[in-house]
Design a protein around this ligand. Sequence first.
Ligand SMILES: [Zn+2]
Ligand SMILES: [Zn+2]
Length: 340
Amino acid sequence: MSDLLTLTPEGLYCPEAGVHIDPVRPVEKAVITHGHADHARSGHGAVLATGQTLDIMAIRYGENFCGSAQAIGYGETLKLRDVEISLHPAGHVLGSAQVLLSSAGRRTVVSGDYKRQADPTCAPFEVVPCDTFVTEATFGLPVFRHPPAREEIAKLLSSLELFPEQTHLVGAYALGKAQRVLAELRAAGYQKTVYLHGALEKLTAYYRSQGIELGDVEPVGQRGKELAGEIVMCPPGQLSDRWSRRFGDPVAAMASGWMRVRARARQRGAELPLILSDHADWDDLCRTILETGAEQIWVTHGAEEALVHWCELNGRNARPLNMIGYDDGEDADVARAAQG
Ligand SMILES: [Zn+2]
Ligand SMILES: [Zn+2]
């Protein structure tokens, strides 16, 4: 057991500092790791997070998403009673952070969601040495090995070449994934305008306001068949929705770590699965656990048992947290996949 953290019905709690981390219900004081809806909820009293996470929460929930908000930069330290709190890049989405709690020589890190793959749209993950490491395990099975992003983007671009008459519709989550696909397309040399479904506009505009290069984007608006041969991005749910019929017979692509699982790609209606994840794959989960040097590993979000077993084989104490309430897009898919 980490003496700095306990598990409450609201989520992870640090009694010495009096703060919850990513609580699933309204609490007095919360530290928020990143803007995905299952981690960042509205209605808390005081919220501490990076400025970008606070901005994203305001975009999603409105300015009054909490009683009072305090921004803290990466690497800055804040003292709450006897506990020092600092945030460190998690490499997951813009503004995402790991939370380091330290007191009397004990160090506990809550990773939130994280990845180790390069991502042009956010600061890279930083290894933070600690005694207790709380890791996600969204892709906590050895079958999950994410290919390099550029290989997946190359699949999309070669499909565009092969089928120049068809609109290429790319399903991607509104926060993080959509912008990463855009940035990777630009890195691969694709310079044409990319068209966005309305649900992706606000967050994409926010990323651009933060200096992330995403090239020319335009709302789809009322357009349909005139976007033959173009790339159109939309939330995953729109791929097989009526909305997609306006493009005639589009090529449906979906960018997600779950595209490794063929049944999931079929279920999503994705003919062109792009394995592009904002979560660490199996190798990166294991590597990260070793690099933190932590003796105690708490595993949450996903295939917990397999990673707990791996930790034990590697001489670490590990426990599955079995927390409920973390279920945004990709994470919800995990739970379903784990259940069969
Ligand atoms: Zn997330
Ligand atoms: Zn998550």
